[in-house]
Design a protein around this ligand. Sequence first.
Ligand SMILES: O=C(O)c1[nH]c(=O)[nH]c(=O)c1Cl
Length: 313
Amino acid sequence: ASLQATFYGHTYENPFMNASGVHCMDTAELDGLATSAAGSFVTKSATAEGRDGNPEPRYVNLELGSINSMGLPNLGLAYYLKDAIQRQTAHPDKPFFLSVASYKGFDEYVANMKAIQDSAYTGLVELNLSCPNVPGKPQMAYDFEDTEKLLTEIFSFYTKPFGVKLPPYFDFMHFDKIAAVLNQFDLKFVNCINSVGNGLYIDDETDTVVIKPKGGFGGIGGEYVKPTALANVRALRQRLNPTIDIIGTGGILTGRDAYEHLLCGASMLQVGTQLYKEGLGVFDRLNSELLDILVAKGYNTIAEFKGKLATLD
Ligand SMILES: O=C(O)c1[nH]c(=O)[nH]c(=O)c1Cl
């Protein structure tokens, strides 16, 4: 059996990647991912200028996951573009993803994509429309009209392959609306989901929140979010053009979690909280556990069961 994953014309050894934000802040961390058992990797979401991000504590591991309000700390788009161009030149056989966001909103998204269009980087971009932690800034992908306007503007000049990182949606009308917007464009993929925004965790000894920014409100990841992540992967897969691949993110701790995301239609799989907790060895374990599941079920490839979730009708 093989865990090979085909995605936008490339065959990866396996579908596993980091989730943007974890183990991907600088060249050293990215080199660690590139030499790990991960099939691919993505950079920390870049903004036009480098950012310190929110005051600490801003990330806390919890028994059932994590809470974060990092506030888009990153080294700035120029840094990641320089690294990406060096990387694509040195290892043209190992494509990866460049994540880009915006601190200031619509115009910065456009400017950042223009900078990438004008650069020598030719690989995949993950356009992050779902950061929940910039105080005072609504998540772009919760505004369907603005998202459509932004994608229309980007596609008027951008000719390189890219996809979007989405927040979780919780209503069939919202699944329908975001899919109707995205199906208008030649997107290569959609990544579902980003952290479940603005959760609140209270320390049971101090009766106090555990992160400093936003009065303790932060994005939730880990076991808490798997049912929501699976639902978003499944709902978008059922609604999006087959030309748009899906990256499944959220609640992947074991090979079984990975298998369930694939059943829902994911092609690549991103790991955030569990990578933070376990380190790069998580990819060796996940590959082994997922392979055991294929063997136990008599599958030779992921294609044999990808998207084939059974329902009770
Ligand atoms: O606070 C962050 O940096 C952050 N944290 C998240 O959980 N998702 C994101 O997309 C971002 Cl950009």
